[in-house]
Ligand binder design. Structure first.
Ligand SMILES: [Zn+2]
Length: 665
């Protein structure tokens, strides 16, 4: 089934390494990234619609081709019964593709929201309006979500966190270098142009943009840095409603909760209390006319992509072109398809799995996860730096780790979501509001461990510490990441390292603070914690030294969790691979490489990417992952197994001195 679809809809898939990607003129011990994928890098130009391009985009092109056929079929099927998932998927896509209607409507779909903002007369109405805007998916003022309580992971709790910015991070508002200042000027010009599109006369638009910048800068100043927000203890402040009202007085919390139908909520988690104190001061002190400009902007930036082309083009000119360096919008069908997945991901995912997910892939993936778990267990058992008590808890946590592969056992019920063929924005907002209300309904309820928070067609995987679970959707279980027809070296070096990566997130700088049940609880002895941190510090130092853009380094602290996971994932995948190889040496040499060499070449394939400089710049500030190239160079230089496979020696760039190598696992 899978093979058939690939033949008719997607690019040809090979079941092995592609030697044409390699640059064998480079010494693997000097620069393994260049050696493994240098020829690909040389011959590839980033297509205009991307800021970052590589193996993910190739995989996603294949998935998109399948999904496109599904949504087009559904859209063409006018006999689908009203209210069925097929009708909803088809109509959602069709409404998004109805450019004539969208162009004809201009900003009209926004009018009722703009009128509501204009009618805000007092501080009560301000809090109410912020609630209503959040309920349709805007990031106005702050962020609301519902999820497991970090300290009682069996129950869901309401959580509020910092947000409310139009630029990607607080740094963008606060840094004083020429580049940052210039970017702020461009942002001001962009916000001004957007207000002009809403009908503001030029001086008003410019003044409103200045107001937005001033309010957002205050929020940015009160925000934690990315690294600070990673600390689960520093960002856990459970409090009662009265306590919140005292701490962040000025904001009319009662009006806010009433607007959301949450009068009954008694306690909640505040992630960044200092931020909310500032929200309180601003709610009290900033003139309502300024708040209205800010709210109009946050409404507009959240929906510009679903309005007529002047809005969509202006949003792209800043968010795509200026911030990411992207040269062209992706084709309309791709944008609408992505939105269909965001709105109806499990309805679409059900159809995707039926068409394109091989049940054998699920079996094989389960078997690999089992082997990786065994390998990590063995490593934990023989760790010299970890004491017996901590070790016992770590093993219990590993045993309790749950697994989700492919797609949910129980599919989401979209019964309450109305979708029509007319009104793209209305559909998008209905879907966001459906999702928001689904979240609110969970407050105080037991956590549903069967629920998925990622759609089946997504090319990604993750570990969730509050649930102690690993999630691998169908979208990532395909070549070249994973191929049941390929040999062990390739699968373990690629998806195996990813499985290991996600597994060790349970024990990284953040994950290790949660226990087997997903509760934030300290189960480490002080000595073990110290030993762990000393090893992790070596990795921070290694990545701090990488300088992808002159004057701009990788942030070793921000990327620590991911770097620990990359390194840990590789060592346990390698162990599991060696185990799988026992009695299976038939595959000894293929394409002129040993199985061990193929393992590492396959790993490098995971990180075959090119990035525009603007994208790279933005990611160095906001992304918890180091740029792809360093995810090859960094961990491999710490691995004696890598050095042995390619016969690299001390003194080579790809071999770090043994005292500098972090060996957490
Ligand atoms: Zn990760």
């Amino acid at each position: 089934m899978l093979l058939f679809l690939i033949l008719v809809t997607g690019p040809q898939v090979s079941h092995g390494l592609d030697p044409a990607n390699m640059d064998t003129g480079v010494n693997p011990c000097a620069d393994f990234f260049q050696y493994a994928v240098g020829a690909w890098e040389k011959r590839t130009t980033i297509p205009a619609e991307y800021g970052k391009y590589g193996v993910d985009q190739e995989v996603e092109a294949r998935t998109s081709a399948v999904l496109k056929a599904i949504v087009e079929d559904a859209a063409a099927d006018r006999s689908a019964s009203k209210g069925s998932e097929r009708q909803k998927v088809g109509d959602f896509f069709a409404a998004g593709m109805d450019e004539a209607r969208i162009e004809g409507e201009g900003a009209q779909p926004l009018e009722r929201f703009l009128a509501r903002i204009a009618a805000v007369r007092d501080r009560n109405a301000l809090a109410t309006e912020i609630a209503l805007l959040q309920a349709i998916g805007t990031g106005a003022a702050f962020h609301l979500e519902v999820g497991p309580d970090d300290r009682n992971s069996a129950l869901n709790i309401l959580q509020l966190s910092q947000q409310g910015l139009g630029l990607p991070d607080r740094d963008y508002y606060l840094k004083q270098d020429a580049q940052s200042k210039a970017l702020r000027q461009e942002y001001l010009a962009h916000v001004t142009r957007m207000f002009r599109l809403l009908g503001d006369v030029a001086p008003t638009a410019a003044r409103n943009a200045q107001t937005v910048m001033r309010l957002e800068t205050r929020l940015a100043r009160a925000s934690m840095t990315r690294t600070e927000t990673d600390d689960p203890i520093a960002t856990y402040h459970k409090m009662s409603r009265p306590m919140l009202a005292r701490q962040a007085s000025g904001f009319v919390w009662d009006a806010y909760f009433r607007a959301l139908g949450l009068d009954g909520v008694e306690s909640l988690v505040i992630r960044q209390p200092a931020f909310f104190r500032e929200v309180g001061r601003m709610a009290q002190g900033v003139p309502l006319s300024e708040w209205k400009a800010y709210l109009r902007w946050h409404l507009l930036r959240a929906v510009a992509g679903y309005l007529s082309s002047p809005f969509e083009r202006e949003a792209f000119a800043f968010n795509g072109a200026t911030l990411e360096g992207t040269q062209a919008l992706p084709p309309r069908w791709k944008r609408v398809l992505a939105e269909t997945d965001a709105a109806l991901g499990e309805a679409l995912g059900k159809l995707y799995v039926e068409r394109a997910f091989d049940p054998q892939a699920k079996q094989k993936a389960l078997e690999m996860v089992g082997n990786l778990r065994t390998a990590l267990r063995a490593r934990l058992q023989r760790l010299e730096w970890m004491g017996e008590a901590t070790k016992a808890s770590a093993l219990a946590k590993l045993d309790a780790m749950r697994l989700k592969i492919g797609y949910p056992d129980v599919w989401r019920d979209y019964g309450a979501l109305q979708v029509s063929r007319t009104g793209y924005l209305r559909n998008v907002l209905a879907a966001r509001s459906f999702e928001f209300q689904r979240g609110l309904a969970k407050i105080g309820q037991p956590v549903d461990r069967a629920e998925w928070s990622i759609t089946p067609a997504t090319n990604n995987a993750f570990y969730e510490p509050t649930l102690n679970e690993l999630v691998f959707p169908a979208g990532i279980l395909q070549p070249p990441f994973f191929d049941p027809a390929a040999d062990d070296a390739l699968n373990y070096g690629n998806i195996g390292a990813t499985i290991g990566h996600e597994m060790t997130h349970g024990f990284d700088d953040v994950g290790r603070q949660y226990d087997a049940q997903g509760n934030l609880r300290d189960w480490w002895t002080a000595a073990d914690e110290k030993a762990f941190a000393a090893r992790a510090a070596l990795l921070v130092k290694q990545f701090d030294a990488f300088e992808p853009i002159l004057g701009m380094h990788v942030n070793g602290a921000l990327t620590l969790g991911e770097n620990l996971a990359d390194l840990g994932g590789l060592v346990i995948a390698y162990d599991a691979f060696q185990r799988a190889q026992q009695g299976n040496r038939a595959a000894a040499q293929q394409d002129g490489f040993t199985p061990e060499q193929r393992f590492f070449l396959s790993y490098a394939e995971t990180w075959r990417f090119k990035m525009r400089e603007e994208t790279l710049r933005a990611r160095l500030v906001t992304d918890e992952h180091a740029p792809p190239k360093y995810r090859v160079l960094g961990p491999l230089a710490n691995l004696p197994e890598f050095a042995a496979a390619f016969n690299c020696k001390v003194g080579d760039a790809m071999v770090r001195p043994s005292g500098d190598r972090p060996n957490n696992w």
